[in-house]
Design a protein around this ligand. Structure first.
Ligand SMILES: Cc1cc2nc3c(=O)[nH]c(=O)nc-3n(C[C@H](O)[C@H](O)[C@H](O)COP(=O)(O)OP(=O)(O)OC[C@H]3O[C@@H](n4cnc5c(N)ncnc54)[C@H](O)[C@@H]3O)c2cc1C
Length: 381
């Protein structure tokens, strides 16, 4: 189905993203997988191309595009290659950026945003803790005021980019008795005394992304590093989750589409019983189902993207997009594995890696159960 959400400028921009991927990312693909982290040279090149600061105003070193469709183009092209490439970059550009742009103090914006755009300052966000991620109001990391500064203690886990980020947005309790109403966000710089990282976690998929534990032991951060209003951190996070979930949905569909296109080529070539395996009616119907599932999911995601551009995407629709596309992505890629037969189970094949990469999308960014909780609540239940 022809997509109408993008305009000529976005499609021209897409060509430059593809060129960047071909020239800078793909030659390092295997190295990045074994090193389990995106090399800084890739970040810096992405910064040079202007891909990191699309939403950042020019006065802070960004492109000032103010149109999330450019972020969507980057996300789609990265996810088509490997889901983790999108995860790594989107945490920075789609998830951390709005906190810094909309909520950080002017001093902090001037300090962080230029490096954010060049790739010299990589960001991460620490909400999840070892004790739980779904119930954010129950987090236990604390920040206690000491003069003009705050002293942070606690730990975070499963943090994407945590192993190499230079700035981490950290959610901490500033008024523990008040639950969700006692959370504040802080910008912790990685060289602050008392901050340390655990080993990079050994995940089932997305090996290109570093996912780490973070520890805060009497980390002293200046008052200018408070992001947003005191004790309104929970609201700030909730308000920014629709963009995060839309970003996930865009990548989920693009990732599955890349794998499906490769699979369609494979079933045309691979022969069994003297004919291409794609010619068997069962397989033809399976491919037809997978194409349809993706096209239908794409239509809803594009509608959400258009709504987000005009400021009309709400948390409920973003939740629908997130859970639906992550389910569809997993169904599609599982179907592709089946069509690849034994090769589909070999790590050497992208389809096998994609299958492992996709599993997490039903868990993170608010699990699919939490998405359904939000949607169910909107129905008055
Ligand atoms: C690879 C990876 C990268 C990640 N990156 C980040 C990151 O950068 N920053 C960050 O802060 N976090 C990150 N996360 C954490 C992720 O967001 C959490 O794992 C997720 O929110 C779920 O939290 P949990 O793991 O603590 O599971 P739990 O909250 O313990 O949930 C366990 C199960 O219980 C279900 N459940 C919980 N509550 C309910 C309910 N009310 N109703 C029904 N079912 C429920 C959940 O859906 C889930 O199936 C990442 C996780 C992974 C795996």
């Amino acid at each position: 189905m022809r997509r109408t959400v993008f305009e000529t400028d976005h499609e021209l921009f897409r060509e430059s993203v593809k060129e960047f991927i071909e020239r800078t990312l793909l030659p390092l693909d295997e190295d990045i997988r074994s090193e389990r982290m995106l090399r800084r040279e890739v970040w810096l090149e992405a910064g040079k191309q202007g891909f990191l600061g699309m939403q950042v105003p020019e006065e802070y070193g960004g492109q000032g595009a103010g149109d999330f469709r450019f972020n969507a183009v980057i996300g789609e092209e990265l996810a088509r290659v490997a889901a983790a490439y999108n995860s790594i970059v989107a945490i920075h550009t789609d998830i951390c950026a709005p906190y810094l742009l909309e909520l950080a103090t002017e001093d902090a914006r001037r300090r962080w945003l230029p490096g954010f755009c060049t790739g010299e300052l990589v960001t991460a966000i620490g909400m999840t803790e070892p004790g739980g991620g779904s119930d954010l109001a129950a987090l236990t990391t604390t920040a206690v005021r000491d003069g003009d500064a705050w002293v942070i203690n606690g730990s975070k886990t499963f943090i994407t980019n945590g192993g190499h980020a230079d700035l981490i947005i950290v959610a901490a309790k500033t008024d523990p008795a008040k639950g969700a109403k006692g959370i504040t966000l802080f910008g912790v710089e990685a060289d602050m005394p008392g901050f340390s990282r655990g080993t990079r976690l050994d995940k089932v998929g997305q090996p290109e992304a570093d996912t780490s534990e973070l520890f805060f032991e009497n980390v002293r951060v200046p008052g200018s590093h408070v992001i947003g209003e005191l004790n309104r951190g929970f609201i700030h996070m909730m308000e920014r989750l629709p963009q995060e979930r839309l970003s996930c949905a865009i990548a989920n569909v693009a990732h599955a589409r890349g794998v499906l296109e490769e699979t369609i080529e494979y079933v045309k070539e691979r022969k069994a019983f003297g004919q291409p395996i794609g010619a068997f009616q069962h397989n033809k119907f399976l491919v037809a189902e997978l194409i349809t599932k993706l096209d239908v999911a794409q239509a809803f995601v594009d509608q959400c993207l258009a709504a987000h551009v005009t400021g009309d995407l709400d948390s409920v629709d973003a939740s629908k997009a997130k859970w639906w596309t992550s389910d569809v992505q997993n169904q599609v890629i599982d179907g592709c594995v089946q069509l690849f037969g034994g090769y589909g189970y070999m790590r050497e094949y992208r389809v096998a890696r994609a299958w492992m990469d996709a599993r997490v999308t039903r868990i993170w960014a608010g699990s699919n159960e939490i998405m359904k909780e939000i949607i169910g609540r909107s129905a008055g239940l």
